[in-house]
Ligand binder design. Sequence first.
Ligand code: PBG
Length: 326
Amino acid sequence: MTFPRHRPRRLRSTPALRRLVAQTSLEPRHLVLPVFVADGIDEPRPIASMPGVYQHTRDSLRAAAAEAVDAGVGGLMLFGVPRDEDKDALGSCGLHPDGILNVALRDLAKDLGDETVLMADTCLDEFTDHGHCGVLDARGRVDNDATNAQYVKLALAQAESGAHVVAPSGMMDGQVAAIREGLDAAGFTDVVILAYAAKFASAFYGPFREAVGSSLQGDRRTYQQDSGNAREALREIELDLDEGADIVMVKPAMAYLDVVRAAAEVSPVPVAAYQVSGEYSMISAAAANGWIDGRAAALESLISIRRAGADIVLTYWATEAAGWLA
Ligand code: PBG
């Protein structure tokens, strides 16, 4: 009889030992809750493909935000859902001070002040009638530089409405530099840029398109990245760092954990990862069928994203998970 020389199980033998040696932590402050606020609805509207997630009214958003902040989440990421009749080719209702996203930012800034971190999606797709993340040229292609000019105005409107963080998610070249310059020139030197640096054209955004009532025909493959391209993701991250990104994000999270790891290894600034709608919906659907323990699977998925190297995780479970962790 020979005894095993190495016994890794020894450190697993009691809950207290396991807690002592736990390598990866998951705390409410690491989590950011994405929220949707819709114009022209009287009641929160459930999103069928994302059970438990709603398009909020201004009032229900305020309640959800207060609940998230009480639970200790790190921040809130706001998406606006305008009325269909307010959409146009330029996404003008995103820039308008009375547009739903800007109004909601002012509501939350008033309610919460600096108690949480208010972030705004700085993109046009929710506001354009064609559903693309930018403005189109005469041939119907997304015009990079004209889009950046529009993003600068959008970021300014969001900063004026109280956003602590603007989050350009459209994958235009030079968007971070343009926004930084525009914010600084207007005196918003403290407004943080969370750059969606490596954002892939992903099937996992499917439920989100319902969530924001997207008008998109076709796809976003001329601006979002191909899923196989890890080297290009690092290039995108390095460019955004060079342009002045304060935080860089990889999106989606679970199918791109290698990219999260690679970003964490090179980035001198915090790395975020976005656990997107499809990731949430898959686990929720399996749980609803009784095929999986939804809470355990959600927490395991969040730990996996942290383990890969994300400092910050955007997740639709943020408030609930904060409660589970308490
Ligand atoms: C675009 C945007 C998208 C998401 C966040 N911002 C969708 C897209 O690129 O089509 C997806 C988020 C999710 O799926 O949870 N502004």
